[in-house]
Design a protein around this ligand. Structure first.
Ligand code: BT5
Length: 322
């Protein structure tokens, strides 16, 4: 019921809503309304209450309340269900546990903080409270397991476009899973799959974005390679708006991908946003590491590299470090 009241306040931002009006609409007493309003105030919502006029929302706190995000979304299924957590070990871990039962396709798990955020290969992902976007999109795509890594490219494109739309900043994609700004990482993506040889059960698309992180939020080691939108821009960004726009873009690219069965439709745009082309990459194989030069990305999302002897080779995400 508290969420319903918040929704009404958000949708009537320019006028006072009387207790009676809310009571009629939601079918609860005016005292109950008053109690829920007090709870919202405790959560940080600044709500003016004026006798004979009612309530008006003056300011919302910087928390990622699902009701507020849903009001900003223009999607059909992504984020229609949002699980909001104050603190969690990792939103991807939460998603995997949730999937042991069932979940609605497109459910998004969002946390204010991750205590054991994960990168690829078990690396740690720094996820300070209230500073970033730490979220996982849960999907049940009817695609082959070897196409799963293509969803990382879709997520990267959605993040890049969302940042451009909300922050007016030009970022670049570092294949396969980073978004960088002036060469420093502001976003990492971790796509994990549960599946069989021929079939995907589900995907967890984990997206971590340093939005309002300060330099002091990073470890000494990470500060050389990481940055945030706030550090680069000098001003705080509204995380809710950025989440909503990224999910809008994600759904748009993802739905087209499912219909067409390929990433061809977005590859021109993707390649224009790539930071890797012409740069060195390290291929990690059984026999050690080899240096190669990145030349292209295929519609399957594979990186095309030129080896030292001049031959071309296609690699998928697992085997390369950039
Ligand atoms: C990634 O791994 O870039 C994937 C990160 C995915 C994080 C999201 S948050 C929501 C969801 N839940 C999770 O638990 N994870 C996902 P990788 O390419 O392996 O990069 C990891 C490396 O980036 C680390 O070894 C550090 O060097 C560096 N790093 C750690 N935290 C960082 C941060 N906040 N910003 C930039 N770089 C960071």
């Amino acid at each position: 019921m508290k969420d319903e009241i918040l929704k009404e306040l958000i949708n009537n931002k320019n006028r006072y809503l009387s207790g009676q009006e809310l009571s009629n609409k939601l079918g609860i007493s005016r005292t109950a309304i008053w109690k829920h309003i007090n709870k919202l105030k405790e959560e940080g919502y600044i709500i003016n209450s004026v006798t004979n006029k009612g309530y008006i929302l003056v300011e919302a706190p910087d928390i990622l309340h699902p009701v507020e995000i849903k009001e900003l979304l223009n999607t059909n299924f992504i984020g229609k269900e949002i699980i909001y957590l104050n603190s969690v070990d990792s939103t991807n871990n939460y998603g995997k546990k949730m999937a042991e039962n069932d979940f609605t396709d497109g459910t998004v798990i969002i946390a204010e903080e991750q205590t054991s955020g994960r990168g690829r290969l078990g690396r740690h992902w720094i996820s300070p409270k209230g500073k970033g976007i730490w979220m996982t999109i849960m999907l049940k795509p009817d695609i082959k397991p070897d196409q799963a890594s293509q969803i990382t490219l879709i997520a990267a494109m959605a993040v890049l476009k969302g940042i451009k739309a909300i922050c007016d900043m030009d970022t670049m994609i570092k294949w396969p899973n980073d978004i960088v700004l002036n060469g420093k990482k502001i976003c990492g993506i971790l796509t994990e799959m549960s599946g069989e040889i021929e079939r995907i059960n589900y995907l967890c698309v984990g997206i971590g974005i340093n939005v309002n992180s300060e330099e002091s939020d990073f470890t000494d080691k990470a500060i050389d390679i990481a940055t945030s939108i706030k550090i680069a821009k000098g001003v705080k960004v509204e995380r809710k708006k950025l989440i909503a726009r990224i999910l809008d873009y994600f759904e748009s690219y993802y739905s087209t991908f499912l219909i067409k069965g390929s990433l061809k439709f977005m590859m021109d745009e993707y390649k224009r946003s790539l930071a890797n082309i012409g740069k060195e990459v390290i291929l990690i194989g059984k026999d050690g590491e080899i240096l190669a030069k990145a030349e292209d990305v295929t519609a399957e999302g594979h990186l095309v590299v030129r080896l030292g002897d001049g031959t071309l080779m296609e690699v998928s995400s697992g085997e390369v470090s950039v």
